[in-house]
Every structure is written in structure tokens, then in C-alpha cells.
Design a protein around this ligand. Structure first.
Ligand code: AMP
Length: 216
């Protein structure tokens, strides 16, 4: 089972990735999480990455590709869900060649569609657990009271100004990736508005229809 979740920041790709991992025992390749893990190490490389992401821009393709390839190699190229990768047409072409060389092509790309005003509300209210990367919403899904509040952070790129840059970057650099996957027949769009379980079920439905998973 090899597929990608695609969509703007705040579409719920990370939340859905976690739900699908639980359901199918998949490995996930989340380039955002890989980048944040490298930043936490506080090395010169981490500081370089932080400078790219904090104002809402993208990390250069070559760096993201190195991180993604190392992680995909650990996953053995068998069962994975991609979260937030590829984000540029260059990355999509590179990924296509890599997966073809491993005889493990993508089977589906699911684009989660969410209006900008919903994204702005979600991300400005989002808080993240520093260690587990679990995502909370201050009113709809607040962090449990027994968690150390110092571990719950507001990502610097979830500030309103950075969100606006991320949405503009998405429109310019990432939206064309959906045209690429549409042209090769892999893309299906679903609505990303609803409960987490409703959205998960829409994704599972697409995976069944595309025979990525078997209905028993
Ligand atoms: P995310 O958690 O997926 O929203 O990613 C957070 C930030 O990491 C993004 O705003 C980008 O700056 C960077 N990033 C994550 N994935 C990629 C990617 N595939 N290509 C370039 N930059 C990325």
C-alpha cells in the first residue's frame, strides 16, 4: 500500500496519516516532521532548516529529497503513506524516478480540499506536542490537562502572517503537483471538512475504489 496525502497546510494530512497508520500499520513519511526533528537537534543544519521554515517558505528540494530518501529506505519502500511530500513538481519527478527504480510506484494520491478561511482558523488554534508531534486544537481538541504545558507549542509557522505566506507558497509551488498527479491518473480529491473519522472514511473509500486496499 503506497499512497500520498496531498493538500494545503492545515488540511489535516498529519491527523489523517496518524489514523491511517493505526488502521493499516503503515509507515509514514512526513517531511515536516523530519524537518522539525532535525531542527530540535539544534545543529548548524537544524538552524539552516529553521531559517527556511519559520516564515512559511519551503526547504530546498535537494535537502528534502535527502531526508525523504533516508526515511523511505528505512521503511523498505513497501507500505507507506506520504504526508506533505512531494510539495514541488521537482520533488514529484524525483520521487517518481526513485520509486520506479525500487519497483514500488505510488498507487494513489488523495488531495484533501479545505477552504482558506477554515485553514486560517485551524492553524491559528493548533498546538503541537513537541515530542510526539500530536496535534491539538485549543477549543475542539485541547491538550489533556496531565500533559506538561511546556511540551505543547504553537509552531512559529502557525502564526497568521506565516500561514498567509504558506498558503501563497502552496498556491504557487505545490498546487501544480496536483495537476501532475491528475495528468498521470493518480489524483482523487476529497473534502477535508468534517470530523476526523468522516474524512478518514472518505480516504479509505478512495483506497478501496482504487484497489490500494482490498474490501473483505
Ligand atoms: P508541514 O508540517 O508539512 O506543514 O511542514 C512544515 C514546513 O516544513 C513547511 O511549511 C515547509 O517549510 C517545510 N516542508 C515540509 N515538507 C516539505 C517539502 N516536501 N518540501 C519543502 N519544504 C517542506
Amino acid at each position: 500500500m503506497r499512497f500520498a496525502l496531498f493538500g494545503p497546510p492545515g488540511a489535516g494530512k498529519g491527523t489523517q496519516t496518524a489514523l491511517l497508520q493505526q488502521m493499516f500499520g503503515l509507515q509514514s513519511v512526513s517531511t515536516g516532521n523530519l524537518i522539525r526533528a532535525a531542527i530540535l537537534e539544534d545543529s548548524p543544519f537544524g538552524r539552516e532548516l529553521n531559517a527556511y521554515i519559520q516564515d512559511g517558505g519551503l526547504v530546498p528540494d535537494e535537502i528534502v529529497q535527502i531526508l525523504a530518501e533516508a526515511h523511505l529506505t528505512n521503511c523498505g519502500f513497501k507500505q507507506f503513506v506520504l504526508d506533505g511530500f512531494p510539495r514541488t513538481v521537482v520533488q514529484a519527478n524525483w520521487l517518481h524516478s526513485l520509486l520506479r527504480s525500487k519497483n514500488a510506484p505510488l498507487q494513489a494520491v488523495i488531495s484533501i480540499v479545505v477552504p482558506d478561511e477554515v485553514i486560517l482558523e485551524r492553524l491559528s488554534q493548533r498546538r503541537i506536542h513537541k515530542i510526539t508531534c500530536e496535534s491539538y486544537h485549543l477549543t475542539l481538541h485541547p491538550p489533556p490537562p496531565d500533559i506538561d504545558p511546556d511540551l505543547i507549542v504553537h509552531r512559529s509557522d502557525d502564526r497568521v502572517e506565516a500561514i498567509q505566506v504558506r498558503l501563497a507558497t502552496y498556491a504557487k509551488m505545490t498546487q501544480p503537483v496536483s495537476d501532475y498527479y491528475r495528468s498521470v491518473g493518480l489524483l482523487t480529491e476529497i473534502s477535508g471538512v468534517g470530523t476526523n473519522i468522516e474524512i478518514r472514511d472518505r480516504i479509505v473509500d478512495v483506497l478501496e475504489k482504487r484497489s490500494v486496499i482490498q474490501v473483505v
